[in-house]
Design a protein around this ligand. Structure first.
Ligand code: NDP
Length: 612
């Protein structure tokens, strides 16, 4: 302890780490709600239409399907697309993708709000760019380019051929005699499949806060994932001219709000932004792709780049930080041991113990967040507003955001920030407005930038139940938390695979996760088929051992997240090892997980799987 105290003192920091730590704890404690995830309600009743598809013509019909395919993939976002693409490459031809929207694209099909953009560098995020010979236009792609790319993938791999759009799966039921899944849908289908792959996305179901009076509001409402351009006018690039006589409220200040608020602020007569926890808003610094640089790239560059990005997050030393942006900042400084001191000079530090390493990580984080907070001071002119916009938590407690227009928006005379942290969120909604801190703000429209369900049951988010061997449901099997083997499948649910964040390697670059998972699942399906088995499922023991391994390794992640301000990363501050988006992941990181899976495949005996 004494050594640690000396270690900190020798750094001669220009801030007091103890005082900051206390401040973070106070800010976290006053935000933790006893109702946790239950503070959110399902989108239903008056808000039922929030999950409708505004992008298709009504009246679509088709005859129900009762045919059989080898593989049904549920979801046509990047998960489903990558599964389709990688399965085709593996020689699995008979694949059908079922998608509730009117086209491929998933997140990028639904989220068309003004300013929508991906925060992960496009060269890492847009999948299969080498395979398709496509080079993203900018370092950070906007939504229309990403949406277009999803269709490019579907065309290239002929995934349109057998796809079912505007179709919601309502149930998956295992027929043990035939060893087939019966896939029921809201179109009356009862198709059969040897294998099913669930690629329904981790953030697909809009959620609403259960604010008192929410049903009473008589003005206009919509959720950001179904932006109502018929009400606002304009499109993804702006021009929301129909708001010029409107008083608008945006509830929420997560990654979505950070991107759309500047547009609403530019056009609305009056904008109130209702904030509970401020996001960290770092530099965007977008730039067009340099064609000369693109020409220097050697085959395999995309995988190398995304592995470099993932290594930095896992603390694995790299020669060069190829992406070098706000995501990798902290880790870059940690890797080379750089800390700034009170004289604003950088100093190289070599921690001598794990506890000093942890302290150094905390100090680098404090410095990063001090920078984020001074950016607010430098940008926002009203001191009280600036103070309220400062985030007091470690950078990866919440999803960091990157934007150069959000903070200046609060200098507009027609834009007002309403801090609702004292009452743990908006107090009340009335027929005509929103109440916060005892004041009613009359508005014509409420835009819910309140995010998506994360901590609720998987089957509720997916929208269908999975009924496995002996009638056991997946909801029951996972009632006490995820129970999987390698995060891909569960005992009692043969030939059924899960794509997406689970008990496996996680990266903030989600398409990398989905790509690697698709290749692994494709391998298992192919092996089961070519070795002449009817199905595979994890043994009970293998599943139990894997869950124990995930929990054993999760200690550091769990510690970190339990000290965080509430949010969907830590199950709204009520953390169990397997709840929250990243709490149940394989802690050593995605590259380490992929290496483990590569070894498993090399062994070739499908260890841990029961084969029938
Ligand atoms: P989030 O879940 O991140 O944000 C929801 C917001 O609503 C939070 O600010 C939350 O406050 C607020 N909120 C909830 N309930 C209340 C209440 N009762 N009163 C006031 N405020 C409330 O959703 P987003 O749609 O912003 O983002 C979801 C995820 O989607 C991101 O985290 C990211 O992973 C992804 N995304 C990525 C983008 C990109 O790459 N650029 C862009 C947009 C989204 P609190 O924080 O206090 O809970």
């Amino acid at each position: 302890m004494e050594d640690d105290a000396r270690f900190i003192a020798n750094l001669k920091l220009d801030f007091d780490p103890d005082a900051l730590r206390n401040k973070y704890n106070q800010e976290r404690d006053r935000r933790i709600r006893v109702d946790g995830n239950a503070q959110y309600v399902e989108v239903s009743g008056k808000f039922r239409h929030f999950t409708d598809d505004p992008y298709v013509e009504s009246g679509f019909t088709r005859a129900p399907l009762t045919d059989e395919v080898d593989v049904v993939v549920i979801g046509g976002g990047f998960g489903g697309l990558l599964a389709g693409a990688r399965f085709r490459e593996a020689g699995i031809k008979d694949v059908r993708i079922i998608e509730s929207g009117g086209d491929f694209g998933g997140t990028w099909y639904w989220n068309r709000y003004p300013g929508a953009q991906c925060d992960i560098e496009s060269y890492c995020y847009l999948p299969l760019v080498e395979e398709l010979g496509y080079m993203p236009k900018e370092k950070y792609s906007f939504a229309p380019e990403i949406y277009e790319h999803s269709q490019r993938i579907a065309k290239h791999y002929q995934l349109y051929d057998n796809a079912c759009f505007q179709t919601r799966v309502t149930e998956l039921r295992w027929d043990g005699d035939a060893a087939r899944w019966i896939v029921s849908t809201d179109r009356g289908d009862a198709m059969r499949a040897r294998f099913v792959v669930m690629a329904t996305g981790p953030l697909n179901r809009p959620k609403l806060p259960a604010i008192a009076g929410i049903e009473d509001f008589e003005g206009h409402t919509f959720h950001t994932s179904r932006w109502d351009y018929s009400y606002t006018g304009g499109n993804h690039s702006g021009g929301l001219t129909k708001l010029s006589d409107k008083r608008v409220a945006v509830i929420g200040t997560g990654a979505t709000a950070i991107q759309c608020v500047p547009f609403v602020g530019e056009y609305a007569r009056q904008l109130y932004v209702f904030q509970r926890t401020p996001s960290s808003v770092d530099l965007r610094g977008n730039k067009p792709t340099d064609p000369a640089w693109a020409k220097t790239l050697k085959p395999g560059w995309q995988r190398a780049r995304r592995e470099n990005f993932n290594n930095i997050f896992a603390g694995v030393p790299v020669e060069e930080d190829l992406v070098s942006d706000g995501w990798t900042d902290i880790f870059r400084n940690l890797g080379v041991g750089i800390i700034g001191n009170a004289e604003k000079k950088t100093q190289k530090v070599a921690p001598q113990s794990p506890s000093q390493m942890a302290l150094m990580a905390e100090v680098v984080d404090f410095q990063k967040m001090n920078g984020i907070r001074s950016r607010v001071d430098q940008t926002v002119t009203d001191p009280a507003t600036a103070e309220a916009l400062k985030p007091w938590y470690r950078q990866f407690c919440k999803r960091p955001t990157f934007n150069d227009e959000y903070l200046p928006t609060f200098n507009r005379p027609n834009v007002k920030l309403i801090d609702t942290s004292a009452t743990q969120g908006v107090e009340r909604i009335t027929r005509t407005g929103i109440v916060a801190n005892g004041v009613e703000y009359p508005v014509d429209c409420i835009i819910f930038a309140t995010g998506f369900e994360v901590g609720t049951a998987y089957t509720r988010r997916a929208g269908f139940e999975v009924v496995g061997i002996g009638g056991e449901t997946l909801t029951d099997h996972w009632a006490k938390g995820l129970q999987t083997f390698h995060g891909f499948s569960s005992h009692g649910f043969p030939n059924c695979f899960i794509l997406g964040p689970s008990q496996n390697g996680f990266s903030v670059n989600l398409t990398a996760v989905l790509d690697d998972q698709s290749q692994h699942i494709g391998y298992i399906i192919k092996e089961v088929m070519t070795r002449g088995f009817r199905y595979s499922q994890p043994s009970k023991e293998a599943e139990k051992e894997w869950v124990a391994e995930i929990k054993r390794l999760a200690v550091m992640t769990t510690d970190f997240l339990s000290n965080c301000t509430p949010g969907y990363y830590n199950n709204e501050g009520h953390l169990q090892a397997e709840a929250g988006l990243i709490a149940g992941a394989y802690a050593p990181g995605i590259n380490a997980f992929n290496a483990l899976m590569a070894k498993w495949r090399e062994k070739g005996d499908l260890e841990g799987l029961e084969l029938s």
